[in-house]
Ligand binder design. Structure first.
Ligand SMILES: [Zn+2]
Length: 359
C-alpha cells in the first residue's frame, strides 16, 4: 500500500469541527478520598498542588486530603470563604505557580477552582463534599453578582473524586436538591428540542440521549434515594457526573438547563438565600412539564418521593413570588429560547400557579 492510500479530502460541504473536553479520571465510592494521591500520580500534572477548601469543609475533609498529600507534593492549603471576583483573584494569586488545583467542598469552592484554574491555565480536580448540583463535573461556573448570579465559561475538571461516605453524611436537603437538578434534564431537553424545531438551533442527539437517560434512571430509582445512605450518594453522584458529560458533549449547558433553570435563577434573585439551586429548578421543572403538556404529576411525585420541595410553600415562599419568577424567567439568558419565552403574562402566571398549587 503506497502513500497514495492516505489522502485528505478537502470537502467544501462538510466543514464541521468540534472540541469536547471531558474529565479523565472519575473515582466514585467508599473512601474515594484515599485515591487522590493515585489520581495525581496517574494524571502526572506536576508537583505543585493548591488545595482549596471552604470554611465548613476544611476542618474535616480538607485537612484529611492535606494529610494524604503533604509528604508527597509541594502543597499549599488555602481556605476560601466566599465566591466573589475578589476572592477568585486571591485564589489566583496563591495558586499562580500551581500545576493543579484540588477543590474540596461545595459549589462555591468548586466554582472558584473552576474559574481560577481556567484563568491560570492549569487543571483542577473536583472533590465534592455534597451532591447538590451538576456543576461538580461541568464546565460552567456560576458567580454571584448584584443582579443574582452569572454563568461563566470555564473548563471541566480533569478528574472527579467523590467519596460516597462524605456525600452521604451531608444534609439530605443537598442530595435531594442534586436529584431535582438531574430531573430538570427532562424539561431542559424538551426546551432544546423546541428551540431546534422552532429556531433551527443545533442539537446533539448524543447529548440529548445521555441527559434524558440520566433523568430517567434517577426517576426509576427515586424510591431508593434516602438520607445517610452511601448507595443513594453513589446513584446521585453518578447521575450528576453523567449530566456534566452530556454538557461536555453538547459544548454548552443546554442538555441540563432550560426554562426551568431560567425560572430557578429568577426565583433565586427574588428570594436570595431562601432556596437551593436544584430546589428552585425542581419547582420550575413541574411548571415547565405542565406547559409542555407532559407528565408533570409524575415529576412532582418523584420529587416528593426523594424529599425535594414541589411547591412554593415547601421552601417558605409565596405563590405570588413564584408567579413573578415565571414572568421574569425570560429576562434570564434571553438568548436561550425556552417555553418560558413564549408569552407568559402576569395574568397567565397567576392562573397557572393557582391551578398547580390549589390541590
Ligand atoms: Zn442546574
Amino acid at each position: 500500500m503506497g502513500p497514495e492510500y492516505f489522502k485528505i479530502l478537502k470537502n467544501k460541504v462538510f466543514d464541521k469541527s468540534k472540541w469536547m473536553q471531558l474529565p479523565r479520571d472519575v473515582v466514585i465510592g467508599h473512601d474515594a478520598l484515599d485515591q487522590i494521591p493515585r489520581v495525581l500520580e496517574d494524571l502526572a500534572l506536576g508537583d505543585s498542588v493548591l488545595l482549596l477548601s471552604g470554611p465548613k469543609t476544611s476542618a474535616v475533609v480538607g485537612s484529611r486530603v492535606a494529610s494524604l498529600l503533604e509528604d508527597l507534593f509541594d502543597l499549599t492549603f488555602y481556605i476560601s470563604d466566599s465566591i466573589t471576583p475578589e476572592s477568585i483573584c486571591s485564589v489566583e494569586e496563591v495558586g499562580s505557580d500551581a500545576d493543579v488545583i484540588i477543590a474540596v467542598g461545595g459549589g462555591r469552592v468548586i466554582d472558584t477552582a473552576k474559574i481560577a484554574s481556567f484563568n491560570l491555565d492549569c487543571q483542577f480536580i473536583s472533590v465534592p463534599t455534597a451532591a447538590s448540583h451538576d456543576g461538580i463535573a461541568s464546565s460552567r461556573a456560576s458567580v454571584p453578582t448584584d443582579e443574582g448570579s452569572s454563568s461563566l465559561d470555564a473548563h471541566p475538571p480533569v478528574a472527579v473524586v467523590a467519596d460516597t461516605g462524605i456525600i452521604a453524611g451531608a444534609p439530605h436537603r443537598l442530595l435531594a436538591s442534586g436529584c431535582a437538578d438531574i430531573i430538570s434534564n427532562y424539561t431542559a431537553i424538551l426546551d432544546w428540542e423546541l428551540a431546534h424545531r422552532l429556531r433551527g438551533e443545533v442539537i446533539s442527539e448524543y447529548a440529548v440521549a445521555l441527559s434524558r437517560m440520566t433523568a430517567e434512571i434517577l426517576v426509576k430509582d427515586a424510591h431508593l434515594i434516602r438520607p445517610n445512605s452511601e448507595e443513594s450518594a453513589w446513584t446521585v453522584t453518578k447521575a450528576l457526573v453523567s449530566s456534566g458529560v452530556a454538557m461536555s458533549i453538547a459544548g454548552s449547558s443546554r442538555p441540563a438547563s432550560g426554562g426551568e433553570h431560567k425560572f430557578g435563577h429568577a426565583l433565586e434573585r427574588l428570594a436570595p438565600g431562601k432556596v437551593l439551586h436544584g430546589e428552585a429548578c425542581g419547582i420550575g421543572t413541574i411548571i415547565s412539564m405542565y406547559l409542555h403538556g407532559g407528565d408533570w404529576q409524575g415529576i412532582r411525585n418523584s420529587l416528593k418521593t426523594i424529599g425535594a420541595p414541589t411547591t412554593p410553600a415547601d421552601v417558605g415562599l409565596s405563590d405570588q413570588l413564584v408567579a413573578e419568577a415565571l414572568v421574569r424567567a425570560k429576562e434570564i439568558r434571553p438568548e436561550r429560547f425556552t417555553i418560558f419565552d413564549m408569552g407568559i403574562t402576569a395574568e397567565s402566571a397567576t392562573k397557572l400557579v393557582r391551578m398547580l398549587y390549589q390541590e
